[in-house]
Design a protein around this ligand. Structure first.
Ligand code: 13P
Length: 251
């Protein structure tokens, strides 16, 4: 049985004060025995506030990005040793905004995956095709390229700690989610790819859907056989809305 994982990617939103208020409200909503794993991804500057606000609760937190090197002349970047001081559990790696706006390559993303795993942290690897790639019938080819660049050669033990988020780029922030049947088809393809390389370990790896998930449509995705959670952007910025989504993941 895979434990569902629903995560809030706040992107470049929320000050420390706003993060503190969010955590206060969110803790009121989440029962101690909530059966869905919950993870908040604040901006770096609010990690301390979120750590302080969530310590002692069942809710986890993580970073939206990381540099693969432990230190050095990389102005504006943040390393794993720096993040570990904030007791993070997860790091998002390869989000399409990092790939498309900031030019991150498959090779750079692969280095991040290895660095995150070596630090004992869990990566959420984002994959997904652009609209023209889907229209040209190349969605699987693109996702397969992203998977093999990031995960080829990983041991089954390491792979077991990876979460994969399928986020079609055209569904992110547009209000137009993928059709559930298309999300399921891609998630099954991803699981097949994992099974061919890792055997039975593939059955334990969680695959999230991301892209315009809202309380009103979350259940359509979280019910699908190969989808084990959601990575939520805009609708995660309000704690009540995010918790309403998470509740749809209760088995
Ligand atoms: P939206 O939920 O705002 O579409 O963003 C999805 C996303 O990019 C999560 O990482």
């Amino acid at each position: 049985m895979r434990t569902p994982i629903v995560a809030a990617n706040w992107k470049m939103n929320k000050t420390q004060a706003e993060a503190r208020e969010y955590c206060r409200r969110f803790r009121e909503l989440v029962p101690e025995d909530f059966p869905v794993e919950l993870v908040l991804f604040p901006p770096f500057t609010a990690l301390g506030a979120v750590r302080d606000g969530l310590t002692g609760s069942v809710v986890k937190w993580g970073a939206q990005n990381v540099h693969p090197e432990p230190k050095g002349a990389f102005t504006g970047e943040i390393s794993l040793p720096m993040l570990l001081e904030y007791e993070i559990s997860y790091v998002i790696v390869g989000h399409s905004e990092r790939r498309d706006i900031f030019g991150e390559t498959d090779e750079f993303i692969a280095r991040k995956i290895w660095a995150v795993l070596e630090a004992g942290v869990r990566p959420i690897l984002c994959v997904g095709e652009k609209l023209e790639e889907r229209r040209e019938g190349r969605a699987r080819e693109v996702v397969e390229r992203q998977l093999s660049a990031a995960l080829e050669g990983l041991s089954p033990e390491d792979a077991d700690r990876v979460v994969i988020a399928y986020e079609p780029v055209w569904a992110i922030g547009t209000g137009v989610p993928a059709r559930p049947e298309d999300a399921q088809e891609m998630a099954a393809f991803i699981r097949g790819w994992l099974r061919a390389r890792l055997g039975d370990v593939a059955d334990g790896i969680r695959i999230q859907y991301g892209g315009s998930v809202k309380p009103g449509n979350a259940g359509d995705f979280l019910r699908l056989p190969d989808i084990d959670g959601a990575l939520v952007g805009g609708a995660s910025l309000d704690p009540d809305s995010f918790f309403a989504i998470a509740r749809e993941g209760v088995p």
